[in-house]
Design a protein around this ligand. Structure first.
Ligand SMILES: Cc1ncc(COP(=O)(O)O)c(C=O)c1O
Ligand SMILES: *[C@@H]1O[C@H](CO)[C@@H](O)[C@H](O)[C@H]1NC(C)=O
Length: 410
């Protein structure tokens, strides 16, 4: 599957949205003879031409290792790799590019914090607070840390007050409920009791302006592949003084200052946390993705997605026997442009399989949130997740296909 940036018309589905960003990416794909309606963006996004071009350019023109050679190619690769770090830093409002650690994905970024800061600061009896809505990526690393240290893992509803916390690890925008965590308030409350906060921004950074300084968190994590970049690249942002206090994680090349036979000294952050040859092309691709999203304007993307999300929610809610989870679009903090739902009496897998026959790609299963599904009393669900390049007309194609699917099963 391939998305091509440009100003061509959409994918064949007529567009009728007001703040339309959909021509920015054009799908040439047809599925089962129908124009593809890709609504699985919360899992991974399509890639615009600008990002594909950045990858192509790296491999064709200056493929080389970073930080290692003085020859021209290596110097250019290093420059572009570090420039990508600056682009990510600017995209999230970081004070400095030195606060951005490239990881392979968000899961790795969470594990990095759990196994460095966590291993040093979390002790038996300490509390690690997560929500019941966490993605497995922001839950399992803390379970492992709690098991190793004897810390207590607590799962609270997002609105409940807590005291004497050591660490709060919360999802910023849920990949299932679509709800948004009042992050500024949580960070303030946590600070008041001396706790550190890690925010899982995998679903917020791609879809709305995120400013790490305004949020007030200690760390955030995100994944490149959900924001137009390739797989194999994600990042950890952390306050520099905190990163500086964190011990090395994985050992190897790049992350050292000097190496002796029996011991080593370590580079300052972010290099300290980037052992081995990094995902060079992917990082450069992430830089290009930040440029691309910034050129569209994150506020514009947020507004377009608000329209898509509201339409999606309202249309789904108007269908008999459909239950949509999470807060309504009128909730104080709004709602992300995704809708997770079930149709009474029809298995989610059957729904997504029959939607696929209409060229509509949605996700079904537990979306890596098994505990949340248990909490909701659901074995599974279906999720439709548009991105900025989707149109209101595509939402309508999905809704019509869903109605057809329901009548097929009745
Ligand atoms: C909210 C949330 N957190 C974490 C992740 C994990 O990201 P990755 O698989 O890139 O590590 C995802 C996506 O899968 C997600 O939606
Ligand atoms: C995501 O990170 C994990 C942990 O470091 C790694 O094992 C996995 O290969 C990564 N995925 C990709 C696509 O790079």
């Amino acid at each position: 599957m391939r998305a091509v940036g440009g100003v061509q018309a959409g994918n064949g589905v007529a567009s009728d949205c007001r703040s339309c960003l959909c021509p920015a990416v054009t799908f040439k794909q047809r599925i089962q003879g129908r124009p593809l309606v890709y609504l699985d963006n919360a899992a991974t996004s399509q890639k615009p031409r600008q990002v594909l071009q950045a990858l192509d350019e790296y491999y064709r023109e200056y493929n080389s290792n970073v930080h290692r050679g003085v020859h021209a190619l290596s110097a250019r690769a290093t420059r572009e790799y570090e420039l990508a770090r600056e682009k990510v830093a600017a995209f999230i409002g970081a004070r400095s590019a030195l606060e951005v650690v490239f990881t392979r994905n968000a899961s790795e970024a969470v594990n990095l914090v759990a196994q460095t800061w966590g291993a040093q600061h979390v002790h038996a009896g300490d509390e690690i607070v997560v929500s019941v809505a966490e993605h497995h990526s922001n839950l399992v690393p803390w379970q492992l840390l709690a098991q190793r240290t004897g810390a207590v893992l607590r799962h609270v509803p997002l609105t409940r007050d807590t005291q004497e916390l050591d660490l709060v690890a919360l999802v910023h925008a849920s990949n299932v409920l679509g709800g948004v965590t009042p992050a500024e308030t949580v960070c303030e409350m946590a600070r008041a009791v001396g706790a550190r906060v890690l925010l899982d921004c995998c679903q917020s950074v791609p879809n709305r302006p995120v400013d790490v300084q305004a949020l007030g968190a200690d760390w955030i994590v995100a994944s490149g592949h959900k924001m137009c970049a390739p797989t194999g690249i994600g990042f950890l942002w952390g306050r520099y003084d905190l990163l500086e206090s964190m011990p090395p994680w994985m050992g190897g090349g790049e992350m050292i200052e000097d190496v002796f036979l029996d011991h080593s000294t370590f580079a300052p952050p972010p290099t300290r946390f980037e052992a081995g040859t990094p995902s060079i092309a992917q990082a450069i691709g992430l830089g290009a993705a930040c440029d691309y999203l910034a050129s569209l304007g994150m506020a514009r993307i947020e507004e377009h997605e608000r329209q898509l999300g509201t339409h999606l929610f309202e249309q789904l809610r108007s269908i008999n026997d459909v239950e949509v989870y999470g807060p309504p679009p009128t909730a104080k903090l709004g709602r992300m442009a995704l809708a997770t739902f079930n149709v009474r009496g029809i298995h989610p897998t059957d729904i997504s399989a029959i939607l696929d026959q209409s060229g509509v790609a949605v996700r079904s299963g537990h979306m890596c949130t098994a505990p949340l599904h248990r909490e909701l009393g659901l074995p599974a669900s279906v999720r439709a997740s548009p991105y900025f390049y989707n149109s209101l007309a595509e939402i309508d194609v999905f809704i019509e296909a869903l109605k057809d699917a329901i009548s097929f099963f009745r």
